[in-house]
Design a protein around this ligand. Structure first.
Ligand code: THG
Length: 366
């Protein structure tokens, strides 16, 4: 396939110079910015991520800043997740829904101050939803995109690398908590989070001009740790069941269908509440499942959305699938209809290049 042309409309990031120099071989577009897809290959990147440490340009995870006296009120209207006990150093994974419970995004929320939150968004125009609600309901908040670009450090050696750049206190950051850490006179929010199951951190780099100096400092400090540029890895994230909004679930799905019921516990009157509560009580009509697809490591790499059948009956769609070197099977994420999602159920998948037998698994692989 041909390349992608960057422009003011399809922006690079503060780290793009580093990403290019490190040899990114393919990009996708996410929030109208470039997101690398792989460097050496999906499999080589995957092996390296599980064995060493990688630095990821995830500036595409744009921040929607909600600041002002009504910040918590707006967060509570938008969030199916209970915001009442969120601490000031905490991150929450929060599905955001429309009035029918349809998912609009699945950001990570950060509580910056009592009257200030960031939503670190997935691919979609969540700023316009937040701004529309704020204006429509006369809330006293500012809604804007600050000059903040997340850089993720992921892998088993992530903590050792981070300590060298930010100091020993990095070790005290708990999962989905953050601390403000100094880098060359700048204080950045550093959270223990990231879109892999290998452990690691996300640095919310404030000020575009700070991007490359931090990128270079991480690489200079990590030579003996075999640090490399990486990016969210297709294989590892399917093994880990990390969902990609727009691929695995969309506005046509509720968070209950997306398997995110545990993040829908708000006692407050949020948008979508009645549908979500009803689905929690009666069960959804379909749900995201881990699925193993049999056969060789030669699944087509086309846009997914493969139909799934139980004998003659259509029972759902596969939204993401790839070969897993560690589990020696094709790992997949699918949305499966009620009555067909029990672990052990045998299904048939139409890959567009032939039918494959598949099975619903009890849980994701990692
Ligand atoms: N980090 C930040 N922003 C993001 C993402 C991120 N924005 C876009 C996208 N990723 C949002 N989606 C997710 C999906 C899953 C997780 C985070 C963001 C995630 N889930 C953990 C899991 O499933 O194991 C744990 C969630 C929890 O227990 O709270 O990390 O990655 N900044």
């Amino acid at each position: 396939m041909a390349g992608i042309v960057p422009s003011r409309r399809v922006r690079g990031t503060p780290f793009s110079a580093g990403v290019e120099a490190a040899g990114a071989q393919a990009y996708t577009v996410y929030n109208r910015m470039l997101l690398p897809s792989y460097f050496e290959s999906y499999t080589a990147d995957y092996r390296h991520l599980k064995d060493h440490v990688q630095v990821w340009d995830v500036a595409v995870e744009r921040q929607v800043s909600i600041k002002g006296p009504d910040a918590l009120k707006l967060m509570k209207r938008m969030s199916p997740r209970d915001m009442n006990r969120m601490a000031q150093d905490q991150c929450y994974y929060v599905p955001i829904c429309d009035h029918k419970g349809g998912m609009l995004n699945d950001p990570v929320a950060l509580k910056i101050a009592e009257d200030h939150y960031w939503l670190s968004i997935a691919d979609g125009d969540l700023l316009q939803w937040a701004l529309g609600l704020a204006i429509g309901q006369n809330m006293d908040v500012e809604v804007f995109e600050p000059d903040v670009s997340p850089l993720a450090v992921q892998g088993p050696k992530a903590e050792d690398l981070m300590v060298r750049v930010f100091g020993e206190d990095v070790r005290n950051i708990r999962f989905f908590r953050y601390k403000r850490m100094l880098f060359m006179e700048n204080e950045f929010i550093v959270a223990r989070s990231g879109w892999s199951k290998q452990g690691g951190f996300e640095i919310y780099v404030e000020g575009e001009y700070n991007g490359m100096p931090l990128w270079q400092a991480l690489f200079a400090a990590g030579t003996d740790l075999n640090v490399r540029a990486g990016c969210p890895n297709l294989i590892e994230r399917i093994e880990g069941g990390l969902l990609s909004y727009g691929s695995d679930m969309r506005r046509e799905n509720t968070p209950i269908e997306a398997g995110l019921a545990k993040f829908c516990n708000s006692p407050d009157d949020y948008i979508g509440r009645s549908v979500i509560e009803a689905q929690k009580a009666h069960g959804p009509n379909r749900i995201i499942c881990p699925i193993a697809i049999e056969g060789a490591e030669d699944l087509p790499h086309n846009a997914l959305g493969w139909n799934v059948y139980n004998k003659e009956t259509w029972v759902g769609l596969i939204s993401s699938a790839t070969w897993s070197p560690d589990f020696n099977i094709n790992v997949a994420i699918g949305m499966i209809e009620r009555g067909h999602w029990d672990a052990g159920t045998v299904l048939q998948v139409d890959t567009g290049a032939g039918m494959r037998q598949a099975m619903i698994k009890e849980k994701f692989w990692i």
